[in-house]
Design a protein around this ligand. Structure first.
Ligand code: PLP
Length: 371
C-alpha cells in the first residue's frame, strides 16, 4: 500500500468541494410532512408543465432508442441557429447548460488561471470551477443585489481567463441593463472569455433595457441558454451555447459524445416550435411576480425585483430564513434557501401558477409570526 500522505486518492480541490444540493422533491416532502397540498417553488422549473408537442415527439424517438443519438444534434442546432440568426457552426447542444459550464471549465483553463464573477450567483458554476481546481474570484454584489460591473473589471488580472455573468442572475433575478452591460463587456479585455449565462432569457427578452448578449457580436462572448426553465424540460437535460465557430469547434471536442440523449433532442426540438406554450409560460410568471410584489409590499417584506421566473425574498437574519423555509416546507411549500449561492439571509421563490401562489400566500400568513 502506498502512503496516503504522499499519494492522496482524491486531490484536495475535490475533497474540499461542496456537492450541489438540489431542492427537495415532492415525494420527499409528502413522506415527511403529509401536507394537504404541495407547491414546489424551489428550483425555477416551469410550473405550467411543458408543451403538448413533446409527448408525440418522444414516442416517435422511442421507436429507435436502441440507436445512439446524433452526436451533433443537427436538427436541433439548425432550429436554434435559425431562430437566433446565426450559423449552425455557431451552436453546440449539450446535456443542460450545467454540462456546458463543466465543459467550459475543462476546456479553457490552464493551471493558475482564474475566473471572475459575483459572490451571489449560480452555485453550479462554483461547483464545476472547483472540480477543475479553478480559482473563482467572487466579487460582492451591490446593495441592490446586482453584479458590480466596476469591481468585476477591477478584479481582472493577468491570470484571468473568464468572466461569468448570469444575466438575469440566479438566485437574485436582478440584471445588468444595456448601459451597464455594454460598459462591462467593453472593459473586459478581448483575450478574456465572457460567459453570458442566459438561463432565464425567455422571461427577460421583452424587458426594454435588457441586453441580450447575442446583440453584441464579440469574439469572446459565449452565450448559454437552456430548455430547463421557460420550456419546462428540466428532466430531459438539454442546453445550448452560441459562440464563434472556433470556440464551438473546440467545445465539440470536450463534450461527452452522445449528449444530450435522443429523447432530450426530440423533446427540445418539439418544445422549441411551440411559441404558444412559451408565451403562456412567460405570462404566468409575469402575473405571478406582480401578485407576489403586491403581497410582499402589503406585508413589509423586502425583495429584489426580478426579470427571471423567481423572486429573492430578503429576511432580517439567517435564522429567520432557516425557520421560514422550514415552516413553509411543513405546509407543503417548497422554497430554496440560497446560502450556498452566497446569500444566507435570503430565500428564493419560483413563481408558480395561481393555486400555488395562493398556497404560498396562505401558508406565509400562518408562519410569518412564528419565525
Ligand atoms: C438553472 C440554471 C442553469 C442550469 O440549467 P440546466 O440547463 O438545467 O443545466 C444554468 N445557469 C443558471 C443561471 C441557472 O439558473
Amino acid at each position: 500500500m502506498t502512503d496516503s500522505k504522499s499519494s492522496p486518492l482524491v486531490p484536495k480541490n475535490i475533497e474540499d468541494l461542496n456537492r450541489y444540493v438540489a431542492g427537495k422533491t415532492i415525494a420527499e416532502v409528502q413522506d415527511a410532512y403529509q401536507p394537504a397540498m404541495i407547491a414546489k417553488l424551489a428550483s425555477n422549473e416551469n410550473r405550467l408543465g411543458f408543451s403538448s408537442h413533446v409527448q408525440p415527439a418522444i414516442e416517435k424517438a422511442l421507436q429507435v432508442i436502441q440507436d445512439y443519438p446524433d452526436p451533433l444534434a443537427t436538427k436541433l442546432r439548425v432550429a436554434i441557429a435559425k431562430k437566433n440568426g446565426v450559423d449552425v457552426d455557431n451552436v453546440i447542444v449539450t446535456a443542460g447548460s450545467e454540462s456546458l459550464i463543466s465543459m467550459l471549465c475543462r476546456t479553457f483553463f490552464l493551471n493558475k488561471q482564474n475566473v471572475v464573477t459575483a459572490d451571489a450567483t449560480f452555485v453550479g458554476f462554483f461547483v464545476q470551477a472547483g472540480v477543475r481546481g479553478v480559482h473563482v474570484k467572487k466579487i460582492p454584489v451591490t446593495s441592490e443585489y446586482k453584479y458590480d460591473a466596476k469591481a468585476i473589471v477591477n478584479a481582472i488580472d493577468d491570470q484571468t481567463k473568464m468572466v461569468y455573468i448570469a444575466n438575469p442572475n440566479n438566485p437574485t433575478g436582478t440584471y445588468l441593463d444595456k448601459k451597464e452591460y455594454e460598459w462591462l463587456i467593453n472593459n473586459i479585455p478581448e483575450h478574456v472569455l465572457i460567459i453570458a449565462d442566459e438561463a432565464y432569457y425567455e422571461f427577460a427578452k421583452d424587458v426594454a433595457d435588457y441586453p441580450q448578449a447575442l446583440e453584441y457580436r464579440r469574439d469572446n462572448i459565449i452565450v448559454l441558454r437552456t430548455f430547463s426553465k421557460a420550456y419546462g424540460l428540466a428532466g430531459f437535460r438539454v442546453g445550448y451555447a452560441i459562440a464563434r465557430k472556433e470556440i464551438i469547434d473546440n467545445l465539440l471536442k470536450t463534450k461527452l459524445t452522445f449528449e444530450p440523449t435522443a429523447l432530450g433532442q426530440a423533446a427540445a426540438l418539439a418544445a422549441y416550435a411551440d411559441e404558444d406554450f412559451l408565451n403562456r409560460s412567460i405570462e404566468v410568471v409575469k402575473k405571478g411576480k406582480e401578485r407576489l410584489y403586491a403581497f410582499f409590499d402589503e406585508h413589509n417584506v423586502q425583495y429584489a425585483p426580478s426579470i427571471s421566473n423567481s423572486v429573492l425574498m430578503i429576511l432580517p437574519t439567517e435564522e429567520k430564513a432557516i425557520n421560514f423555509t422550514q415552516l413553509m416546507l411543513e405546509k407543503g411549500v417548497i422554497l430554496r434557501r440560497v446560502n450556498a449561492f452566497g446569500l444566507p439571509k435570503c430565500v428564493r421563490i419560483t413563481i408558480g401558477v395561481e393555486k400555488e401562489m395562493d398556497h404560498f400566500e396562505n401558508s406565509f400568513k400562518e408562519v410569518i409570526n412564528r419565525i
